[in-house]
Design a protein around this ligand. Structure first.
Ligand SMILES: N[C@@H](CCC(=O)N[C@@H](CS)C(=O)NCC(=O)O)C(=O)O
Length: 268
């Protein structure tokens, strides 16, 4: 378990007029104090989708504990873990509001805890772009990646059909990356101050380069120079360097990744 230092910036959960009128039961103040007193617990495995959340937590400076899900023992399938995430998927975040699972949902929950820190604030013109790219990553890119990693979950075992499924899905990912490249112009994607979208995309670019073992020939990050720049910008951040060290991801975890050598747990 890793305990991080608490850093609560002033105004991290801003006042809300509707609630501010109720002096004794201000729910947002309550959330703030709950988060301060009850640590967030991230159920994680190294180099899994929990990496996205860990990067965001570190970047936000939010106090959290990590709880290893032992993939080598298929702990994600255990009865105990399914009480946390009934889908048996990593990550899950225990919060004062209960368990949140699904990467994008957790990111949005963190955004509510620290409005404006890693995403444009709700109601601003830039918010729509943020939401559409976040959901595009979560609904389109991430599930396609899963399909290339876990073909056995989608079709019956058959090496030829699995290879076809994988390569057709990877062709779709090329199209997705072309679109992302065209929009990584520093507005919603690849901005000088990264958003949650960048922290979501960088690990997925890493996994495209590494997984499945022997099935990554399709991927060459140099084809997408703006996305390559985004990976370099993310891995240069103090938060990302720290997480890379904690999960054994190496010095260039996103721009030129190598397989994880984590101090605990297993990536697969
Ligand atoms: N839609 C889920 C996907 C998460 C996901 O694919 N997690 C992988 C690890 S990267 C996992 O739990 N794999 C274990 C399994 O499928 O048994 C999310 O966004 O959180």
């Amino acid at each position: 378990m890793v305990f991080r230092v608490v850093r609560f910036e002033r105004g991290c959960i801003g006042p809300h007029r509707k609630f501010a009128q109720t002096p004794f039961t201000n729910p947002l103040k309550q959330v703030k104090s709950e988060i301060m007193t009850q640590p967030l617990r991230l159920h994680y495995a190294p180099d899994n989708a929990s990496l996205i959340i860990r990067l965001a937590l570190e970047e936000l400076g939010m106090h959290h504990q990590t709880v290893l899900v032992d993939r080598a023992a298929r702990a994600q399938d255990s009865e105990a873990y399914r009480k946390i995430n009934p889908n048996g998927l990593i990550p899950a975040l225990e919060t004062p509001h209960g368990v949140i699972f699904e990467t994008a949902a957790i990111l949005l929950w963190l955004d509510e805890a620290r409005p404006g820190a890693l995403a444009p604030r709700p109601g601003t013109a830039a918010r729509g772009d943020f939401l559409k790219w976040l959901i595009f990553l979560a609904n389109t890119v991430h599930p396609a990646l899963r399909m290339t990693f876990y073909t056995e979950k989608y079709i019956d075992p058959n090496p030829d059909q699995e290879a076809t499924l994988r390569s057709r899905t990877q062709q779709g990912l090329v199209t997705n990356l072309n679109i992302l490249e065209a929009h990584a112009d520093g507005t919603a994607l690849g901005a000088a101050t990264p958003s949650m979208i960048d922290f979501y995309l960088a690990p997925m670019l890493r996994w495209m380069a590494l997984y499945p073992a022997g099935g990554t020939d399709w991927f060459d990050l140099t084809r997408w120079p703006a996305l390559a720049a985004l990976t370099r910008a993310i891995e240069a951040r103090k938060s990302a360097r720290h997480v890379a060290e904690l999960e054994g991801l190496g010095p260039t975890p996103f721009s030129a990744p190598r397989l994880a050598m984590p101090p605990e747990g297993s990536a697969t």
